[in-house]
Design a protein around this ligand. Structure first.
Ligand code: IPE
Ligand code: MG
Length: 229
């Protein structure tokens, strides 16, 4: 969800205003995905590296979590959205941790769409935490394979993403789901996150449908037809 700051700057507004609009874009997008039958939507809300931002921006973002949960939780819960948080919760404040816990508990029986919010998340952090948990469980080196380690990854409850969308014009993954995007189709758009909505989602989905996915294999051509005389 990139481009909030630039969206605000273009309007001579503080960056925080862009983040606020970004929350509305997220709620819109969850709805749009649910309407299209998409069962999993995962968003990168705050990365392990975002702590490097000026402290007033960091505290603004933390405050926005509390506002967003109190403003939208009831609506999302009613619409069948299950909320799950992925990331390192140990570093966030008690208030934010409680808001996340509240969002998860209030929606745990919902099944229409799972919204995973990556918060204080990093793809490398995820690989390290999974490895640590596997070691702590006593998994031996010869027992460790992709499937086994995959069960310790933060999003082991969800299938790997089919489509990865980055808004805001940068063409990089920036330490999002590194393990899980091995075979995802990547889609980059200059659209700034607060402008994202139905039309942009449909454009990304149309692009995705035109891709040929081989997962490292080859495309099997239909056997040539034999015409007998
Ligand atoms: C993304 O928007 C939002 C978060 C990472 C929280 P940015 O804040 O990165 O917006 P730009 O890239 O400065 O426009
Ligand atoms: Mg950015």
């Amino acid at each position: 969800m990139d481009g909030n700051g630039r969206w605000a700057k273009k309007r001579f507004m503080p960056r925080f205003f862009g983040h606020k609009q970004g929350v509305d874009a997220l709620v819109r997008t969850v709805q749009a995905c649910a309407d299209r039958g998409i069962e999993y939507l995962t968003v990168f809300a705050f990365s392990s590296e975002n702590w490097k931002r000026p402290s007033d921006e960091v505290s603004g973002l933390m405050g926005l979590v509390l506002v967003a949960v109190s403003k939208y939780l009831t609506k999302l819960a009613k619409e069948g959205v299950r909320i799950r948080i992925v990331g390192d919760r140990s570093a966030v404040s008690d208030k934010v941790r409680e808001a996340w816990g509240q969002a998860e508990r209030a929606t745990e029986h919902n099944r229409r769409i799972t919204l995973s919010v990556a918060f204080n998340y990093g793809g490398r952090w995820d690989v390290v935490q999974a490895t640590r948990c596997a070691l702590a469980d006593g998994v031996q080196p010869e027992q460790l394979d992709e499937a086994r380690l995959g069960r310790y990854m933060a999003m082991s409850y969800a299938p790997d993403p089919d489509l990865f969308i980055r808004t805001g014009g940068e063409v990089r993954i920036s330490n999002f789901l590194l393990w899980q995007v091995a075979y995802s189709e990547l889609y980059f758009t200059a659209c700034l996150w607060p402008d994202f909505g139905d039309a942009e989602l449909d454009a990304a989905l149309a692009d995705f449908r035109a891709r040929e996915r081989r997962f490292g294999g080859v495309k099997l051509e239909p056997a040539p037809q034999v015409v007998s005389a």
